[in-house]
Design a protein around this ligand. Sequence first.
Ligand SMILES: [Zn+2]
Ligand SMILES: [Zn+2]
Length: 108
Amino acid sequence: MRACAKGHLYQDELLHCPTCIAEKNDQAIRDVQAMFLATAVAGGYALRVAKKSPRHVLMFKSDTRIFCGTNLDAKPQIEYTTYSTETLAKVCPGCRVAIASAVEDLTQ
Ligand SMILES: [Zn+2]
Ligand SMILES: [Zn+2]
């Protein structure tokens, strides 16, 4: 076993720390959300809502990451919906808060 600069342990035969790679990918996906969300608010992109309960909203560019922070185990059945306060009122409260605050950040 070896450890990366951040102290994650990983197998000797791996070139890069898998935890750090996953964190980087995660951050990259988070970084593009604001841009896509701005377009969605303007009506350019649909929001993808998981057809299950609670109705999580999927992050853009991902089939399993959701706005309230966790990941879904599997790719859900998806409903496409346009962004509106009405739409947000019908989704998971965690996703609603995350999206509302992201949209608020866009207008600042
Ligand atoms: Zn690491
Ligand atoms: Zn959610």
